[in-house]
Ligand binder design. Structure first.
Ligand SMILES: [Zn+2]
Length: 298
């Protein structure tokens, strides 16, 4: 049994030497998205950040730097999510983000009106609400369920949009510009659907594993995608195709291969690799020499 003194020692050293806290902080809806728990649990979004640019991910985590990006697409996603979580969640989301959701007040319209993006979000909600299959699968589940798990000894956290343990499945709701748009994949030299582009297959593989470790049940993943088009497109997606199981295994293998280095970057044992092209790298850039015209990377 560890004594209080030992625990204090562990805590003191944890940022330098031990990437794996013995007993990480208990996750709650309040601290789930905090950087404090990000230092103790890897998550799908943090892993993806590290994959894209280690220097950027670390600067964000240390709160040294913040991206200057439009919050609107994220807010649209949260607007739709909160609606299907509960009436109270949606109401509190709307009142907390009133400033971003509404246009500026004018003389003829002193309250402002809902911005165009959220009028579209309302029609996305309506589209899902009117769909029997969505209602049958998504609605009965327990919403925003926090799960944790260990992969090769490293702690991870995840949040399930809608979990139906008794029927052994879970659902994730994704908002997307266009379900059928192709995204160029540099490694594969081909256009891939949004699922591969945003690595949602990896997210589903991880969540399936954390649910198994948290509740001792193997649940199958479903994604309900809804597009921001007028009228919105929708799709119910499973991972039961011939290549899907192969993909899930490959995703988990990739996590096992990359995560030790990411943790060492977080503890300062190894230096972060800068991608040289992202918003963070561009902002930090200082010219240090000439590039041959024939050797510019595209
Ligand atoms: Zn970068």
């Amino acid at each position: 049994m560890t004594t209080v003194v030992q625990q204090k020692e562990n805590k003191k050293n944890s940022s330098k030497t031990a990437p794996l806290p013995q007993t990480p902080l208990k996750l709650t809806p309040e601290n789930y998205y905090s950087h404090e728990t990000d230092w103790q649990y890897m998550s799908f979004s943090l892993f993806k950040d590290f994959e894209q640019c280690e220097a950027r991910a670390l600067a964000k985590l240390k709160e040294d730097w913040q991206p200057v990006s439009s919050p609107v697409p994220l807010l649209v996603g949260n607007y739709v999510h909160s609606y299907f979580e509960s009436a109270e969640s949606h109401q509190s989301f709307v009142s907390e983000n009133r400033k971003e959701l509404m246009t500026r007040p004018t003389k003829s319209n002193p309250d402002g009106h809902l911005r165009a993006e959220f009028t579209v979000a309302d029609s996305m909600i309506k589209t899902l609400n009117n769909d029997n299959m969505f209602n049958y699968f998504y609605k009965p589940g327990k919403k925003e369920v926090i799960v944790t798990g260990k992969i090769d000894g490293y702690w991870w956290k995840g949040k399930i949009d809608s979990l139906v343990l008794e029927q052994k499945y879970f659902c994730d709701l994704k908002t997307v510009d266009d379900i059928h748009k192709g995204h160029w994949n540099v490694d594969e030299h081909r256009y891939v659907p949004f699922i591969q582009d945003r690595e949602y297959d990896l997210q589903m593989a991880l969540y399936q594993e954390f649910i198994k470790q948290t509740f001792d049940k193997k649940c199958q993943p479903f994604i309900f995608a809804i597009s921001k088009q007028t009228p919105p497109d929708k799709m119910a997606i499973d991972f039961n195709g011939v290549d899907d199981q192969y993909q899930i295994q490959a995703d988990l293998d990739k996590v096992k291969e990359l995560q030790p280095h990411f943790w060492k970057v977080m503890t300062g044992e190894e230096a972060p690799v800068a991608c040289g092209k992202c918003d963070y790298c561009r902002q930090m850039k200082q010219l240090s020499g000439f590039t041959h015209a024939s050797e510019i990377e595209v």
